[in-house]
Ligand binder design. Structure first.
Ligand SMILES: Cc1ncc(C[n+]2csc(CCOP(=O)(O)OP(=O)(O)O)c2C)c(N)n1
Ligand SMILES: [Mg+2]
Length: 355
């Protein structure tokens, strides 16, 4: 396939064909890597819990794609929730490093001290989450505040599950960001459940986006299983933040097709519910849209799937070859690196009033 066919008049979020295919590749990488993680978990090779994003990959990928992605510490910064591996991959997290992290290998990003998406790369622009739900909204409000105080046109983005929105920290962080008009995007991934609690038990309002006026911030809601709709909504929110327009609460309607973690047999899920969401699979829908718009042919999508499969297999080999951490290494890395490129992590941050 060379160029989009005549039928390619179908709007595709103002993105070029190369972007559309990069998004497809990121969706595939997320799904295939998570499928491998499921297998490694059953082989007892994944340490700790495994939280998957099957069926909601478009949320992490579509939103992260709207960010300014750099690898030198000058781009936008995001903080994932547990199901946002796709966002980290898009920001440049190498698949083999991701696998090492989930397997707690000695050469993993955290040297085996932490698991899954709890790892940070300031240069690539992501901050591993603190487990306590809601706290990352406060942390990222702080990151956004540092951007504002320094006069940098950078944007912070934080993910929150529907359950996370019920915490005090979520409210405090969002309210601070709203009052300070910070360059923050808060993505609420409304995926049907928090553990076994249905979303309907999290809020008395019809939709989380209905809370935005209460904070005095912009609110957007979109189909979280339509990756281009997610990208467009995120793009608007990111542009608003960068232009000084403040915070956006972006609600994505989606569904957690697997249990809370790999051990959860989902006995509380009503019959037929998962199947109804399988029919709205974000990757299959995107493939159909790429084909219908004349953006890509089957063979090309197949080639991307195969290329991703080969990359995942290479990453698996590399990660499996790594050893577990040396016990004495537990004594190292206790104090922060004072020379870090990310100023907000320094013990004594510069006083912005003297800048
Ligand atoms: C303050 C706090 N309470 C409870 C937990 C335990 N916990 C971890 S994940 C989770 C469910 C989160 O649900 P949601 O925010 O909807 O995200 P999802 O798992 O659906 O992606 C809970 C209750 C926690 N980590 N922090
Ligand atoms: Mg949830």
């Amino acid at each position: 396939m060379t160029a989009p066919s005549a039928a390619a008049g179908t709007p595709a979020a103002g993105l070029a064909r190369a972007d559309l295919l990069e998004i497809y590749r990121a969706l595939q990488m997320t799904r295939q890597l998570e499928a491998l993680l499921g297998n490694l978990y059953r082989q007892s090779k994944v340490i700790g819990g495994l939280y998957g994003s099957l069926g909601q990959e478009a949320g992490a990928v579509g939103t992260a794609y709207a960010l300014r992605r750099r690898d030198d510490g000058t781009g936008d910064v995001l903080a994932p929730a547990i199901r946002d591996l796709g966002a980290l991959l898009l920001m440049g997290a190498p698949p083999e490093a991701v696998l090492r992290q989930y397997m707690a290998k000695g050469d993993s990003p955290t040297g085996g001290r932490e698991q899954n998406v709890h790892f940070t790369d300031y240069r690539r622009g992501y901050i591993g989450l603190i487990s306590h739900l809601g706290v990352m909204v406060e942390v990222m409000a702080g990151v956004a505040l540092s951007f504002k105080l320094r006069g940098e046109d950078r944007v912070a983005l934080v993910y929150a599950g529907d359950g996370m929105t019920s915490t005090g920290a979520f409210h405090e962080g969002l309210n601070l960001a709203a009052v300070q008009k910070l360059p923050l995007v808060c993505v609420v991934e409304s995926n049907g459940y928090a553990y076994s609690t249905p979303t309907s038990m999290q809020a008395a309002v019809e939709a989380f986006v209905d809370r935005a006026p209460g904070y005095g911030i912009a609110g957007e809601r979109c189909d979280g299983n339509d990756v281009l709709a997610v990208y467009e909504a995120a793009r608007a929110a990111v542009d608003r933040a960068r232009a000084g327009g403040g915070v956006t609460l972006l609600e994505l309607t989606t569904y957690r097709r697997k249990g809370h973690a790999e051990h959860d047999a989902q006995g509380y899920v009503p019959e037929g519910e998962i199947a109804s969401w399988e029919a709205r699979d974000p990757i299959e829908r995107y493939e159909a849209r790429l084909r219908a718009g004349g953006w890509a042919e089957d063979a090309e999508l197949e080639a991307i799937r195969e290329e991703v499969a080969a990359a995942v297999e290479t990453a698996r080999g590399q990660a499996e070859a790594s050893g577990m951490p040396a016990p004495e290494g537990a004594l190292g890395g206790v104090y922060g690196d004072m020379d870090t490129a990310a100023p907000w992590t320094r013990a004594r941050p510069p006083d912005p009033r003297k800048a």
